[in-house]
Design a protein around this ligand. Structure first.
Ligand SMILES: NC(=O)c1ccc[n+]([C@@H]2O[C@H](COP(=O)([O-])OP(=O)(O)OC[C@H]3O[C@@H](n4cnc5c(N)ncnc54)[C@H](O)[C@@H]3O)[C@@H](O)[C@H]2O)c1
Length: 263
């Protein structure tokens, strides 16, 4: 598959990984359609891409909403005539311990709220489900070939303090095999599904973390620094152009070894 001339729909396109993927695919000649809750961010990224000579359009989108997501896909088709690359990059974190006892009394002082559990499931799990389904229906109906991405995370292995987030990211790593298996059974050829599992990437999501905790995490990364969003975009661009990469999850972490104790 070639990037030039293809159409990419990118959720979470107003920030971080989504924004960077949009810039990269556009630089290689794709038309990019960005969806996000953040209108201001969308306007900024779309204007930048157009200024650089790229083809871009943006639409406010709530990935947890069926109608909003269907309208986003129809908008992409109306703008650029197809859908080939689907990058569901919208995501949130709401970290908390499952239960936290008080140091003195040993009694539970706090626990993860149902609202925080549900919010992350809704955006990070239900969101990609709706995004990928609404895109896939249109791709199959029109015979458009391409790649559906899922965005997993190294936390697919179990992030302490991230019961909600890790649950969604484990699912994202699993979906390529399920979906490609179903495509194979149903004779749907030409649509691959690939998951990308980043380590800690220097985006607003991570830069907003507790800096002490972040420094500790980075000390356990073999590369010794945060991953750049461009390094994730680079991997995704390579996946698009390599038809043999399919039904798999690719880690891009700089070398994070679970259970490693940094010196
Ligand atoms: N940054 C990292 O280290 C890292 C690591 C692994 C995986 N990821 C994943 O990559 C994806 C992007 O993360 P990021 O670091 O770029 O985050 P980010 O916060 O920079 O960007 C996320 C974007 O999603 C948008 N968004 C949130 N809820 C939405 C909704 N309901 N509908 C539409 N848009 C919504 C936000 O407005 C924001 O623009 C997420 O799925 C995240 O879990 C990030």
């Amino acid at each position: 598959m070639v990037i030039k001339g293809s159409v990419a729909v990118i959720t979470g396109g107003a920030s971080g990984i989504g924004e960077t993927v949009a810039r990269r695919l556009s630089a290689e000649g794709a038309s990019v359609v960005l969806g996000d809750m953040n209108q201001e961010g969308l306007d900024r990224v779309v204007a930048d891409i157009r200024k650089a000579g790229g083809k871009a359009a943006g639409k406010v989108l709530n990935v947890t909403d069926d109608a909003s997501t269907a309208a986003f896909m129809d908008f992409a088709i109306a703008e650029f005539g197809a859908i080939n690359i689907v990058a569901p990059c919208a995501g949130i974190i709401r970290d908390a311990m499952f239960v936290s006892p008080d140091k003195e009394t040993g009694k539970i002082k706090r626990s993860m709220s149902t609202a925080d559990f549900r919010a992350v499931i809704d955006v990070n799990l239900v969101g990609p489900f709706i995004t990928m389904r609404e895109a896939a229906v249109r791709m199959v109906d029109n015979g458009w070939k391409g790649v559906l991405f899922t965005i997993s995370s190294i936390q697919k292995e179990g992030g302490v303090g991230q019961l909600n987030y890790s649950s969604t990211k484990a699912a994202m790593a699993l979906w390529p095999k399920i979906l490609v298996g179903e495509f194979q059974m149903k004779g749907i050829t030409g649509i691959r599904v690939v998951s990308i599992a980043p380590g800690y990437v220097g985006t607003p999501m991570v830069k907003g973390m507790d800096q002490g905790a972040l420094a500790k995490i980075v000390s356990g990364v073999h590369l010794g620094r945060l991953i750049e969003p461009e390094e994730i975009a680079d991997t995704m661009a390579w996946v698009v152009t390599n038809d043999a990469v399919n039904a798999t999850c690719i880690e891009v972490t700089g070398g994070m070894i679970s259970g490693l104790i940094a010196k």
